[in-house]
Design a protein around this ligand. Structure first.
Ligand code: NAD
Ligand code: IPM
Ligand code: MN
Length: 349
């Protein structure tokens, strides 16, 4: 029988609440099967930092990297908490994991399920995937500030875009489109960000030439937000840089059924490092501890993980159970554990 070494990072706020349900579902779908998940729990996040001063030590990183996959809830404290140094959890923990483990594809599917509640009047069936670049762009932290606190203060943030980095994520997007509806929309802001835009444009053209059966179109990111609301069915695969992808995927989550359903995978397609699966949402300090978080995004992230690990049957069973749960929703509030239990019950039915 196969053993999968899984690193579990529950994190902060609603992270542990939704991960508990995701683990319930993972345990249920693998019970009695040939694959066993051998889990190691890591205490990482704002809570750990406030207790010990550590974010992600070299030992933590090495230990996490020694696993086959990672399941993460959410990390981060209350925005603006003065006890947390600027972005030390976001940069020093979450982005450090994505960068060090070379998660260059941040895969964020958006889909409406029968029964999902969308704010759009008549969206029809939405089904697209955002391929968000995960290791470059404005996220690299190549910036600096001088004369802090004076009227002459200057702050710079640099967006780093390498030919290598752009090409590998664009290739992934076209290959994904070949297995879907063969449409790629690349999103940028080439009318203003001319240098980064030029490298993206050249590489998209080159890769597109190798995929003559894939239709390609381009949108400036501001216009893309319009179409995500007015005509989301025009999208199949969206490929974009790290920051645009961050913003578009919260919007995509909101229009397709709420951020509580939006799953993601931080993928290292080469398999050199473990990939990391997590809901798109954060630690939601406004509802933490109240058992009000929807664990579905975390549970669908488990489905993405199972698929990535070659466990397609198990992945499909989880997705089906979630689809049934969404279809049966009445609008009545359920607690986080109740949603997890209901999905487990459907798995076992
Ligand atoms: P957030 O996603 O945590 O919350 C935004 C809104 O969505 C809140 O009203 C919240 O209650 C709601 N929400 C989020 N998840 C939900 C769920 N499963 N069910 C129901 N409602 C849900 O975004 P934020 O408030 O900007 O960030 C809070 C903290 O989380 C920050 O420290 C931020 O840096 C961090 N963060 C972490 C991750 C991650 O770990 N991957 C992602 C995003 C934000
Ligand atoms: C996300 C989050 C992170 C990001 C933050 C917390 C660093 O918003 O996973 O979408 O910007 O990528
Ligand atoms: Mn985000």
């Amino acid at each position: 029988s196969r053993v999968v070494k899984l690193a579990v990072i529950p994190g902060d706020g609603i992270g542990p609440e939704v991960v508990a349900e995701a683990e319930k579902v993972l345990d249920a779908v693998t019970a009695g099967g040939d694959v066993r998940f051998d889990k190691t729990r890591f205490s990482l996040g704002a809570g750990r930092y406030l207790d010990t001063g550590d974010t992600l030590t070299d030992d933590d990183l090495a230990a996490v990297a020694g696993h086959d996959a990672i399941l993460l809830g959410a990390v981060g404290g209350v925005p603006g908490d003065p006890r947390l140094k600027d972005a030390n959890i976001e940069r020093g923990l979450l982005l450090k994991l994505r960068f060090e483990l070379d998660h260059y594809v941040n895969l964020r599917p958006s889909k409406t399920y029968p029964g999902s509640v969308t704010p759009l009047a008549d969206p029809g069936e939405i089904d697209f995937v955002v391929v968000r670049e995960g290791t470059e762009g404005p996220y690299v932290g190549n910036g600096g500030a001088i004369r802090r606190g004076t009227p002459q203060e200057v702050a710079n943030e640099t967006s780093v875009n390498t030919a290598f980095g752009v090409e590998r994520v664009v290739r992934y997007a076209f290959e994904l489109a070949e297995r879907r509806s063969r449409r790629v929309t690349w999103v940028h802001k080439t009318n203003v960000l001319v240098h980064a835009g030029a490298i993206w444009q050249r590489i998209v053209r080159e890769v597109a030439a190798e995929h003559p059966d894939v239709a390609v179109d381009y949108l400036h990111v501001d216009a893309a937000t319009i179409f995500l609301v007015t005509n989301p069915r025009r999208f199949d695969v969206i490929v974009t840089d790290n920051l645009f992808g961050d913003i578009l995927t919260d919007l995509a989550g909101a229009v397709t059924g709420g951020i509580g359903l939006a799953a993601s995978g931080n993928i290292n397609p080469d398999g050199a490092f473990p990939s990391m699966f997590e809901p798109v949402h954060g630690s939601a300090p406004d509802i933490a501890g109240q058992h009000r978080a929807d664990p579905t995004a975390a549970i669908l992230s488990v489905a993405l993980m199972l698929d990535h690990l070659g466990l397609g049957t198990e992945s499909l069973r989880v997705t089906r159970a979630v689809e049934e749960d969404i279809a049966a929703r009445t609008g009545a509030a359920r607690t986080t554990p109740r949603i997890g239990d209901d999905i487990v019950a459907r798995l076992q039915a």
